[in-house]
Design a protein around this ligand. Structure first.
Ligand code: NAP
Length: 281
């Protein structure tokens, strides 16, 4: 049966709390685009069921969230450079009958820094964590000419995998990337001292209480970013505020990564100021 509109989706689990359907449907309506965006709860066990949506003639595009960002790659035809390097997809686009995977998480994060007047170029970055979001940001920051990146992670968790990722990114972008043990206080203090921007890409501060950075290490010349947006002020951000640092949570990253996905699907700009006012202030 013919559909009366194009269809866009969010796939992942859990997704019932997501703001993405409201933000995208509002933007479709504002720009008179005949499309609807729907969140579909899909876990790793039934990831193959995504095929019925993305192979449909009326499929416009999709977002992919946890826990599917890596596994979804096997359902796609081609990958953009950011997904090839990061091994992560958060956006599916249909072009000439083929399904392409992109990640807009990295560019969405970097665009969000505009809100605090920060440009990532030539900055020394300390990244806490090396999961999907961290790898997407590291990839984009490397392509956008950050000066160096220090990744802090637990050395007993998938160290080999991250070393492979680092060599792929350094081969492509020639950026200087170092790996340190997130549990070593001396290494962390040294990395904080040397960096311009600290980014928390772990769940510490959300599902796990506390902060990975001792408050006494923070000085007011640091920019402190937390990808977490619920709570809107994690312990790390509260400490950053008290120390006089510029800081930002993950809320605007969510908005900007969505805006970039929207552009890839429609070739039109999301009405960002209106979306910001309605859903993000
Ligand atoms: P992920 O793939 O599961 O990666 C999580 C990372 O955190 C891993 O590197 C893991 O370390 C590390 N980690 C977990 N618990 C830790 C602990 N107790 N101590 C030290 N490191 C720990 O998750 P993700 O998708 O990258 O998401 C990471 C965070 O970003 C989450 O809080 C998520 O909500 C947020 N996020 C926000 C947005 C947004 O739009 N604002 C988008 C995506 C993600 P190991 O490598 O050592 O296992």
């Amino acid at each position: 049966m013919k559909s009366l509109y194009k269809k866009a989706y969010l796939f992942g689990s859990p997704i019932s709390h997501s703001i993405s359907p409201a933000m995208h449907n509002y933007s479709f309506d504002k720009l008179n685009i005949n499309a609807r965006y729907e969140a579909i709860d899909i876990s790793l066990d039934n990831i193959a069921s995504i095929n019925q949506y993305i192979r449909d003639d009326y499929f416009l595009g999709a977002n992919v969230t946890m826990p599917l960002k890596t596994e979804v790659i096997k359902l796609l035809d081609k990958l953009d450079i950011t997904s090839q390097l990061s091994g992560s997809v958060n956006t599916i686009v249909k072009k000439d009958g083929l399904l392409y995977g992109y990640t807009t998480d990295g560019a969405g994060f970097i665009n969000s820094l505009r809100e605090i007047d920060i440009d990532i170029a030539n900055k020394h970055i300390l990244m806490l964590g090396a999961g999907g979001a961290a790898r997407a940001i590291i990839t984009q920051a490397s392509l956008d000419k950050a000066a160096s990146i220090t990744i802090a992670k637990r050395i007993n968790h998938g160290f080999k995998e991250i070393e492979t990722f680092i060599s792929k990114v350094t081969d492509e972008t020639l950026i200087d990337i170092n790996l340190i043990d997130i549990t070593s206080d001396t290494s962390i203090k040294d990395a904080v001292d040397k960096c311009d921007i600290i980014i928390n890409a772990t769940p510490v501060g959300m599902t796990i209480q506390g902060s990975l950075i001792d408050k006494s290490y923070l000085t007011k010349d640091k920019v402190v970013c937390d990808l977490i947006y619920e709570p809107d002020m994690t312990k790390l951000l509260t400490d950053a505020k008290k120390s006089g640092c510029k800081y930002i949570n993950g809320r605007y990253m969510l908005m900007y990564q969505g805006a970039l996905s929207f552009k890839l699907w429609t070739d039109m700009d999301m009405p960002i100021e209106e979306v910001k006012k309605k859903y993000f202030s």
